[in-house]
Design a protein around this ligand. Structure first.
Ligand code: ACO
Length: 436
């Protein structure tokens, strides 16, 4: 089979042959297709990147039609069942599952990077008592850039590695501090004897007891959630990480930018919105009428639908299982009844079936987080902790890819042709005459 595409330009009757590589054509190959001398050449037009690959990546594989998600070739189901979060983080960042010795060394390194500088703690203290935790998280991660100015040497592999260890170590600390800040409680320093998630729980919930004892079932459930959220190939925030990083900005500000993208309600912010939606619905018997409103175009069903998955999000299945583990400890979240009913009706309804809208990762995670005692405004911060690993893996791959340059899309200009400059005294006259 010949791996090329033949294009006939009907404007000129000229034929062009462009190579096909891995199911893609390079849009730069279209540039030679010109309507005439001086023509710029053909470009691709793809708002929101619906059908454009921005990179080659060896990190995460998704088949949205079949509901498959793999990190570095390993099925998410196996990783969630058999690995710890830091083991998966190692896999994503370095390409292979660690040996026992490698894992020990990695856990030790990350653990010894969990402290944040006292000035960064003071920086956090400056936020208003009711500041949204995601705003505090984004700003504080960006502020780390001032603590580690050498991070801007993005082409130095050893320095890159160090910043990655720092970020993976410090994001739970920052996240926990935003939570304690919202409650007005003193910050709790990391405890190096605890696992990644148990230490996070320690920094969140330790009060006056000398040693925090994390509930093992809750710590494992959180670990699983972190595994599921660690990466998701070229989503909105990963794309921001790569775009910002492509200018050679340091990884702290790049992660902050990616976290800002995550905060939006159409992306990671959806988990917070799901809880608000369930509150608004209020009870199981109101689900049907709520869905009717959505179908009539009044709002979206939050936690449903995905750009890539046109089948059940495999992560949502595992979260449902993990949520039950949490409920065994905490008791059932009453919102679960509403969520289950919503899912049941939506999955049978023509509107959702036709559009292939299924629950996504955010649909059940919020219910689980709430049962664990988190307020909805912390949910996206909980998402950002593990996703930092994915952002860093994507960033590192981008930095090392010789094909990548500063990200800079083209545009199709649809504004005015050249116009004569209007002196200010004549502008009002024009506006008034065109208004009548
Ligand atoms: N509720 C109701 N209708 C929906 C929903 C939804 N949640 N999602 C999509 N649709 C409808 C759209 O209105 C559209 O209908 P139309 O063809 O009649 O116009 C059709 O389904 C296709 O939707 P698009 O918006 O074109 O799909 P897109 O791929 O651009 O959007 C997105 C994906 C943003 C996730 C969307 O499904 C959505 O807004 N979902 C709710 C927010 C959410 O849960 N986001 C989390 C995603 S997972 C993550 O980022 C971690």
């Amino acid at each position: 089979m010949k791996e090329t595409l033949t294009i006939i330009d009907n404007r000129t009757d000229l034929r062009y042959e462009v190579p096909i590589h891995q199911g893609t054509v390079r849009t730069m190959d279209l540039r030679k297709i010109q309507a005439g001398p001086g023509d710029f050449g053909l470009m691709g037009y793809d708002p929101a990147f619906m059908n454009t690959a921005s990179c080659q990546s060896a990190i995460t594989f998704i088949d949205g039609d079949k509901g498959i998600l793999r990190y570095r070739g390993y099925a998410i189901e196996h990783l969630a069942e058999k690995c710890s979060f830091l083991e998966v983080a190692y896999l994503l960042l370095f390409g292979e599952l660690p040996t026992a010795a490698e894992l020990n060394a990695w856990v030790d390194t990350v653990t010894h990077h969990t402290m944040i500088h006292e000035t960064t703690k003071k920086f956090l203290e400056g936020f208003r008592y009711d500041a949204h935790p995601m705003g505090m998280f984004i700003s504080t991660v960006a502020a780390l850039s001032t603590v580690y100015p050498e991070a801007r040497n993005v082409h130095d592999p050893a320095l890159r590695h160090l910043q990655m260890c720092r970020l993976v170590g410090k994001v739970p600390t920052i996240a926990a501090y935003t939570y304690r800040h919202s409650l007005g409680y003193p910050y709790v320093y990391p405890d190096n004897e605890l696992s990644y998630t148990a230490n996070f729980m320690n920094m969140l919930w330790k009060m006056v007891e000398p040693k925090y004892q994390a509930n093992a079932q809750l710590a494992r459930a959180l670990d699983i959630l972190f595994i599921l959220h660690a990466d998701h190939e070229q989503n909105c925030s990963a794309n921001v990480m790569r775009s910002v990083g492509s200018s050679q900005a340091d990884p702290f500000v790049s992660v902050a930018a990616a976290a800002a993208a995550l905060s939006g309600p159409l992306h990671g912010g959806a988990n917070e919105e799901v809880l608000r939606m369930l509150d608004e619905i209020g009870s199981k018997d109101k689900v049907w009428s709520y869905l009717e409103q959505v179908k009539a175009g009044h709002g979206k069903l939050m936690g449903f639908g995905h750009r890539i998955y046109k089948n059940y999000d495999p992560r949502a299945q595992i979260i449902k299982w993990a949520a039950n583990q949490v409920f065994e400890v905490t008791g059932r979240n009453p919102k679960l009844e509403i969520a289950l009913e919503l899912e049941r009706i939506a999955l049978e309804d023509d509107y959702f079936v036709k559009r292939r809208l299924y629950p996504n990762v955010d649909f059940y995670s919020g219910i689980m987080y709430q049962a664990m005692g988190f307020q909805p405004d912390l949910f996206t911060v909980l998402f950002a902790i593990p996703r930092t690993v994915g952002w860093l893996a994507q960033w590192q791959e981008m930095v090392q890819d010789p094909e990548q340059k500063i990200a800079r899309p083209r545009q199709v200009y649809i504004g005015s042709e050249q116009r004569d400059f209007l002196p200010i005294e004549r502008r009002g006259v024009r506006a008034a005459s065109s208004a009548t």
